[in-house]
Design a protein around this ligand. Sequence first.
Ligand code: GRF
Length: 196
Amino acid sequence: MKNIVILISGGGSNMAAIVKAARRDKWQEKFGARVAAVISNKADAAGLVFAAENGLATEVLDHKAFASRADFDAALSKLIDRYDEPGQPALVALAGFMRILTPGFVGQFAGRLLNIHPSLLPAFAGLHTHQRALDAGCKVTGATVHQVTAELDHGPILAQAVVPVLPGDTAATLAARVLTQEHLIYPQAIADLLRR
Ligand code: GRF
């Protein structure tokens, strides 16, 4: 069994989309894979409720309880490693996980650490992507699923969705339109990886 561990910090709608796709598309039968656990760095992350209701293991690892980024990442990697199976290290999907990870952590999970970012990378790495796209006068924006490397919001691109910017859009309306596409491409990109 290949376990998928999803890291969240908030609403967890991408996590929920992955969980639903895994069930709907029978990842267990097809790929021998399942979403095993959801880990949040915030105890009040709304996504934890969905995860628990759907029978997933949930864990909270509060980054504020650690003296340094490296200490937090070391504890996080230990927690994730609990979901490794013999010969089958867990696949780790960042889904609205609002922490910058140390190069040491990223190196440890190289090749099995994914992220979704709400822009067409390499444009608009970092925060406030939708406002920045509006300010630049972009006619299209979108979302990107990528392998995580040590540089923030970089790394080989696995999937992208293009979303039009419409007259009258605000950062909020644009974010909502992009999010519907995130929910399609993230599960799809994971399924494509599992199929390999
Ligand atoms: C998504 O737009 C994701 O791309 C970004 O943060 C948002 C998280 O949304 N990194 P959710 O928690 O998956 O609902």
